[in-house]
Write a protein that binds this ligand. Sequence first.
Ligand SMILES: *Cc1c(COP(=O)(O)O)cnc(C)c1O
Length: 419
Amino acid sequence: MDHFNRKNGVLHAEDVSIPAIAAEVGTPVYVYSTATLERHASALKNALAGLPSVHLAFAIKANPNLAVLGVLARQGYGADVVSGGELKRALAAGMPAEDVVFSGVGKTRAELQLGLDEGIGQFNLELEEEGEVLADLAHAQGKTAPAVLRVNPDVDAGTHAKISTGKAENKFGVAIDRALEIFDRLAKRPGLNLRGVAIHIGSQLTELSPLEAAYKRVGELVAQLRAAGHTITHVDLGGGLGVPYHAGQTVSTAEEFGAMVARVTQGWNVTLMFEPGRFICGNAGVLVTEVIWVKPAAGNPYVIVDAAMNDLARPALYDAYHEFEAVEPTGEKFVANIAGPVCETGDTFAMGREIDVVKSGDLAVFRTAGAYGATMASTYNSRALVPEVLVSGDRFAVVADRIQPETIMGAERVPEWVR
Ligand SMILES: *Cc1c(COP(=O)(O)O)cnc(C)c1O
């Protein structure tokens, strides 16, 4: 469910027409809906409300825009961060440090130190040595770092290989069958409050069964750790809930997820932590683009749009599918390829797809672009960095400027021997 609907034949974000935004801000531009963000944030919160103790940390890599984070902070969400930069964003958005979870397989010593300095709520450790370093840093400063150990449950998430993270061969977490011995050694260290375990098996999971299988393994591990004398108060179940990318696609709902979690975690007697990203913001954004040309080709014509792989990388990166629709469709359809202007064959959004008939100058959108969209944007081909707009009711605001090549060039230096 989202708040991008047609009124009098024209696509709107809530009560603002997409052409009005394009006229003022230009294209390409990401447009986010506050009501949709709030809807998903509260749906998940409500679905988990029956559990004894819950902590929700938005995985801000999915959409780190400060205004988006502000909306979610007001919904009571903390942040799951994977870099020092994301940690700074969470704090800048007003999320309390104690609500921040620090994940990531390659946290540097400087990043661990930043987390300690800011007093974040939890470090999710990815390997034993990271725990040793964190313990030493904290102990030297008279601190105790709250931490959990991320385990790799060796479950196939059934999603795209590039967003699978819970198979034994993936780089994330420690092998679940080695968790006890690592726990035994790390839990003794002064400077560390090793209080639980974490998992995150992958992203865009449209079915609950892989999550359920992984959670059950975590439940067994918790029992095993407790039997060995460890105190387990926190279990971080990660993120991964999928969203519909195809029109009419059904995915597991927040309610189904909540019911599954309640069933599987019954009696665990811990604070359950969640790190949703895509589920909260995926459908809350579209990428608005203008058709530059409709180019005849040997096969289907190419619709060349002014958005490209540097603005929305998912199709090039993961063969991802995004619905494409005209902002003011005529009702006619044709079969076409959709591509951007970047000089890469990979800069293709769709091949041989039946879409609304569009012509040069028409506006169109890529749907479900609110997650892993703008956050992955680059300036490849010296294109401007794509701007972002947030809508609420009949208001909209530019929440990230279009960064022009002049600004990017301003950060470059030509040494004297080249001049
Ligand atoms: C990316 C990531 C998430 C969020 O994944 P979604 O599929 O967007 O919910 C959560 N936790 C960790 C550790 C991640 O790396």
